[in-house]
Design a protein around this ligand. Sequence first.
Ligand code: NDP
Length: 497
Amino acid sequence: MLDELCSPPNLYIDGKWVHAVGGGTRDIVNPADGTVIATIDEADRADAVTAVAAARAAFDTGGWPQTPVTERVAYLLRIADLLGEERDALARIETLDTGKTLRESYIDIDDVISVFRYYANLAVTGADRLIDTGNPAIISRVVREPVGVCALIAPWNYPLLQMSWKIAPALAAGCTMVAKPSEVTPLSTIALMRLIDRAGVPPGVVNLIQSSGGTVGSALTDTPDVDLISFTGGAATGETIARNAATHITKVALELGGKNPHIICADADFDSAVDAVLTGAFLHSGQVCSAGTRLIVHESIADDFVTELTRRARNIRIGPGMDEASETGPLVSGQHRAKVEAYVALGIAEGATLITGGSRPDDKHLQAGSYFLPTIFDDCRRWMRIVQEETFGPILTVERFTDDAEAIALGNDTAYGLAAGVRTADPARGERMVRALRHGTVWLNDFGYYTPAAEWGGFGRSGIGRELGPSGLAEYQETKHIWHNTAPAVGGWFADN
Ligand code: NDP
């Protein structure tokens, strides 16, 4: 099934599956054991330029923006059905490519299906807004129109999910697009394109380029032919893209990283709080933009809390994502593990206390994969880089607080602002704290959940704009005011003499 959905040629341009013009290829590696699971086409700049031109033509002259909304909705629902039919294959592909457990991949695929269905439903509810100007001869309408050609750039941690948060609303809005998955994990996006092709979406509406961001990035982001860049990824790449976009005043939607505080008050239910902190920090080995990797715990319970957390962290079963016994998988690559290891060394150098983990597992069966142990640092201070920077690995830092004001101050002491969590048995305190935290999503007595119907995105350096929810559709729309005078007459502003 991996072969059928992902086999070359696997660039998808103007409705055709093509090889890269330069003949480039890339090996895709399973992070669980280092084996090559696929060899795919690797685009270069020329392919990206051709893909943008195909999307431009489909938008400007291909008729896609004028397609009745009911027709676009039918495509979205057809894609959702096809995703459902290929659910098993897609989950396997995602696990082999990213290393995440099969259980997580199934959750991802189900979420992807819901996102296509959500935007199919939302697309038909968009109504024009009528303005009462006080003049019965004037019909004043505000309408929504597709923004145009979109460059959709996604990261490696939730490859299909993040790409679907872009493709589904872009299709619903009537945009055309070029999708670029991460070079590290392109397989599930290639598979999605096969399904979009099977669904009969017209040529040029959705195009796929896979390559490194460094090679094709500027062709997608530094061009007047793209009207919107929707990017999810690291803050440094986001800055480069924003600079490129500024050259042509191209619209940008940026979903960048997060360094997400999880505040545990003394009155919180102890066991469920430990469980939530553990899951929030170590799910998918911490490679989650909203991972709760910054624990802020009340000093009166902190020692007991860290002791229990450490016991549970040591019991996490690490292994290949395809093995049902594994609770979490490897890091996405050896290169990424080296970055995480550098953060461990930094934490020690900064004076934090390494409580558990901090190294690769000893298990001889895991030596070929890029595994890393769940790691906890105690005695952390707000100025430390391991507290402030996104490590994107299984590293949890612990800070203690004495009162609610200090907890809020610590929770807001970040350049980011993507997500945060609060646990308390007191609803009034909970409400005060969630309102005071400057983050795009705040969970009260829960952590990590989302729904396609609610906006997702960040304050501060976590980005610009929102995905999901009605705002996630609005990103792909322009607002137009149409002023219609039904009884034109001479205005008489200037005297005619
Ligand atoms: P990167 O920023 O390295 O890459 C993201 C995407 O951008 C990839 O497709 C990458 O391609 C591409 N890219 C890289 N350089 C350029 C460029 N110059 N121009 C255009 N595109 C480029 O992030 P990662 O893939 O490492 O993903 C991890 C990051 O994503 C984390 O910081 C995480 O927090 C963030 N993230 C944010 C989420 C959110 O909702 N806010 C959700 C998930 C992740 P290639 O890989 O081929 O180089």
